[in-house]
Design a protein around this ligand. Structure first.
Ligand code: ATP
Ligand code: MG
Length: 336
């Protein structure tokens, strides 16, 4: 397998610790290992699949680009860009739509979840884009012929579909052109929502669901303090929310502290969660303070940010346009 990595994130709200520990921290690690050719993307076209407000989308897209730099992505080491500035994503998506089966798309769990989220909302509108979203995601990845995709657990089914599409393309048009991309997961592939540990932490579940990566101390402490620990588990088991908090401690490198709590809780007697919450809040405050300082440094230079945005897209297009040239030839479209 090649050493090409691709991953993306939607500008649908604030970057949160689930995104960070499930995906972005891995992106930075992969970049700094120097072993991979890595491309990371703010997928603004994916954010159009749910009802949205245009000025907010534009603001969030630029904001997330800055967030990613503050979180450690370095445009000198990785390609970092905004999806819609590289039109080849949409072009490959159409070609893939024609080799992706309707049945496979109907089985995607995220479509069910997101369309259910819309139920009862005044702006509810289930678009064909929401249904097609995994095809665009396959195009995002395969445009760079990536073999590895660092994402959280919620994206596994989409990745399976990307492999199906790559495989079908290769069988139909020959030449083993696309690799079948594999997930690169972290030790924290699924953080649960703080206020509802039966669901995964998500931007679209709203700010009470998550701690944002750039959140201030007061908010961080109050959110962790009110985190739900138990969801009706039997008394002999540690609650799903409490396990989630223990996972957070381990993710921040405090595995010894987490282990001490686990030993204490293993007795099955009355469990005291307040000290666990204090320890998690301390860890989160340390983390977010560092990110806030770095973001403030970067965000001041608007011209530099804009330059990086457009340079990133140009760099991505060098690869993307070559793939499209090859694909057009293989599928029978005229040379441009
Ligand atoms: P939305 O609610 O708009 O879908 P999101 O919070 O799910 O937003 P995405 O932009 O869809 O974020 O996903 C970005 C990356 O973060 C993906 O790799 C995804 O797997 C990962 N991710 C998202 N939520 C979590 C989570 N709770 N735990 C671990 N990884 C996550
Ligand atoms: Mg998501």
């Amino acid at each position: 397998m090649n050493k090409i990595v691709f991953s993306g994130i939607q500008p649908t709200g604030e970057l949160h610790i689930g995104n960070y520990f499930g995906a972005v921290a891995n992106w930075v690690r992969i970049q700094n290992s120097g072993e991979y050719d890595a491309t990371y993307c703010v997928v603004d076209m994916h954010a159009m699949t749910m009802p949205y407000d245009p000025p907010t989308l534009r603001k969030n897209t630029e904001g997330l680009f800055i967030d990613l730099l503050a979180a450690g992505l370095d445009p000198a080491k990785s390609t970092v860009f905004i999806q819609s500035l590289v039109p080849e994503h949409a072009e490959l998506q159409w070609i893939f739509s024609c080799i992706c089966s309707f049945g496979d798309l109907t089985r995607q769990v995220t479509f069910k979840e997101k369309s259910e989220q819309l139920e009862g909302r005044q702006d509810a509108f289930v678009s064909a884009g929401l249904f097609n979203y995994p095809v665009l995601q396959a195009a995002d990845i395969l445009l760079y012929r990536a073999g590895f995709v660092p994402v959280g657990k919620d994206q596994e089914q989409h990745l399976e579909l990307s492999r199906t599409i790559a495989n079908r393309f290769n069988r139909t048009f020959g030449h083993e052109y696309f690799p079948e991309p594999a997930v690169l997961a972290t030790e924290t592939p699924k953080l649960l929502s703080l206020n509802d540990p039966t669901r995964k932490m998500s931007k679209s579940l709203g700010p009470k669901s998550y701690v944002a990566l750039f959140e201030d101390e007061k908010n961080v402490r109050s959110k962790i303090r009110s985190a739900i620990t138990d969801t009706g588990e039997p008394a002999s088991e540690i609650g799903a929310g409490a396990l989630n908090l223990l996972g957070l401690l381990r993710a921040t490198g405090r595995a010894d502290v987490a282990a001490a709590f686990e030993t204490e809780y293993a007795t099955g007697e009355q469990r005291r969660y307040a000290p666990l919450k204090d320890a998690v809040a301390d860890a989160m405050v340390d983390l977010t303070a560092g990110f806030r300082a770095r973001r403030a440094e970067i965000a001041g230079d608007k011209d530099a940010i804009r330059r990086l945005m457009y340079e990133g897209a140009e760099k991505a297009r060098v690869v993307a346009s070559q793939t499209i040239k090859d694909v057009r030839r293989l599928v029978g479209l005229p040379r441009r």
